[in-house]
Design a protein around this ligand. Structure first.
Ligand code: URP
Ligand code: ZN
Ligand code: ZN
Length: 476
């Protein structure tokens, strides 16, 4: 058989180790590894490292939003940024909109995603689990959107404990993973009122309104409620070790609980929000301190945190929907949350993790590709360099030094919070299903080149079969 593409003489980094050799690709898939046969297209990767394409399972792209709230990033521009930074698939969000059927929002989201340059799937965010909405979920999960997202904070999104239990049970019954944003809504609201009354309104006080304890409390509560109805969960965007410790305790007890963190909790600090452009660093949970970054790397090495996603959630600094839309003196309460990061994620983790000696290369692969793909049912198609997987590949020059700036991010947003950070190691080419999608910062994959990836039932999303007292309230 003549291969379509052979990538030769590379350091090939897989989830289980690194070897020197070739990768053979036919019809968009990896079909040979080691010493591979002749190919129509030959790529010499001498001196380069090849990793799987990044899998970013937390990425807000052109989400259909209620009211006037607005996502700055489309599937086109977000996908362009992803490919520039070595990410080839992402899971975005389909949010329940008041007074709309979920199926209608799904249809509109699918229409928007037709512009994607990368492969994609969706989490379905449930903000009001009425019986009608819950009845809509099983067929949508069966179509491959095999994960639900819930918020325990934010005015327009948060669920109380009873509603959260309803969503957990719906996920358990339909075989979906649940992702949870854990912060205590009432505590944040109460603190916010006190801060504003004291005149403490600038972006810096965003972090004072949501100290670690509000994240820890909600994380512990989410874990307990998930244990009560025996449903696997991933805790989204863990910001610090005291929160990760709650996850470690749950894991030690055998619960199916996983933890995600993001580059903003490994590089940004609360002091960044005290800069003149501090609004650009505001996200929830809040960035913490440099000491917290090191403690989080420990949690990553321990395996408590096993996924690093971007939580790419982009508002411009300026403009009608931007961070400054409520005026220069707006209080932190009125500034949109979220930071862009889909393009920066892989180079930042490669440089801060592998090059600085905090993690090994195979661990980098697991954190940024294999583990997220497994946790959300994209494996074995996505997330590793193995026979039969999609040929989603990134060629890295591990010696290239690059100072990040907004142009390199290639997203639609007018800034990056990582501006000025020097990284060592840079993606020089990205392949999606065997097609060269980026070369030397030029994104070649056209708008619409991405595909929806339906997710079949998988074991990580299955319940353990252990409930308190043996009373399966979830089945009632
Ligand atoms: O501040 C953040 N994280 N915004 C994005 C939405 C979310 O909470 O994930
Ligand atoms: Zn969140
Ligand atoms: Zn998010």
């Amino acid at each position: 058989m003549k291969l379509d593409l052979a990538i030769r003489n590379a350091q090939v980094a897989t989830s289980s180790g690194v070897f020197s050799g070739d990768i053979g690709i036919f019809s968009g898939q990896i079909v040979q590894l080691g010493i591979v046969g002749p190919a129509a297209t030959e790529v010499d990767a001498t001196g380069l490292i090849v990793t799987p394409g990044g899998v970013d399972t937390h990425c807000h792209l052109d989400e259909v939003m209620p009211g006037l709230t607005h996502e700055a990033e489309s599937f086109d521009t977000g996908g362009r940024s992803a490919l520039a930074g070595g990410t080839t698939s992402a899971i975005s969000f389909i949010r329940q909109i008041p007074d709309h059927d979920m199926a209608d929002v799904v249809a509109e989201s699918m229409r928007r995603a037709l512009r994607s340059r990368i492969d994609y799937s969706f989490h379905m965010t449930i903000t009001d689990p009425t019986p009608e909405i819950l009845a809509e979920l099983p067929p949508l999960v069966a179509k491959g959107m095999r994960s639900l997202k819930v918020f325990l904070t934010y005015d327009i999104s948060r669920l109380d404990d009873g509603a959260f239990l309803d969503v957990l049970v719906a996920a358990r019954k339909s075989g979906a993973m649940v992702a949870v944003h854990c912060e205590n809504y009432h505590a944040i609201g109460w603190l916010t009122e006190k801060l504003l009354a004291a005149g403490l309104t600038t972006p810096k006080y965003h972090s004072w309104s949501r100290p670690k304890v509000v994240e820890r409390e909600a994380t512990y509560r989410a874990i307990c409620l998930a244990e009560l109805v025996d449903t696997p969960i991933q805790i989204f965007h863990v910001s610090c070790a005291e929160v990760a410790e709650e996850i470690a305790r749950a894991q030690a007890r055998g619960l199916k609980v996983w933890g995600e963190t993001c580059p903003q909790y490994l590089l940004l600090t609360e002091d960044d929000m005290d800069r003149p452009d501090g609004a650009g660093f505001m996200c929830s949970p809040s960035p913490r301190t440099k000491a917290d970054h090191e403690e989080m790397w420990d949690m990553i090495r321990r395996g408590v945190i096993d996924v690093i996603s971007s939580d790419h959630s982009a508002s411009n600094l300026t403009g009608v929907h931007g961070k400054d839309a409520a005026g220069p003196d707006a209080s932190f309460r009125d500034i949109p949350n979220g930071v862009p990061g889909v393009g920066a994620r892989m180079p930042l983790v490669f440089s801060e993790g592998v090059i600085k000696g905090r993690i090994t290369l195979d661990h980098f692969v697991r954190l940024t590709a294999t583990n997220p793909a497994k946790l959300y049912g994209l494996a074995p198609k996505k997330g590793d360099i193995v026979i039969g997987a999609d040929a989603d590949l990134v060629l890295w020059d591990p010696t290239r030094e690059v100072v990040l700036d907004n142009t390199l991010m290639q997203h639609a947003v007018d800034y990056t919070p990582y501006d000025g950070i020097k990284v060592t190691g840079w993606p020089v080419a990205t392949y999606l299903r065997g097609v060269r999608a980026m070369q030397d910062n030029n994104v070649l994959m056209p708008e619409g080149g991405g595909q929806f990836v339906p997710r079949a039932p998988y074991s990580l999303a299955a319940p353990r079969g252990i409930v308190p007292n043996g009373f399966v309230a979830a089945d009632i």
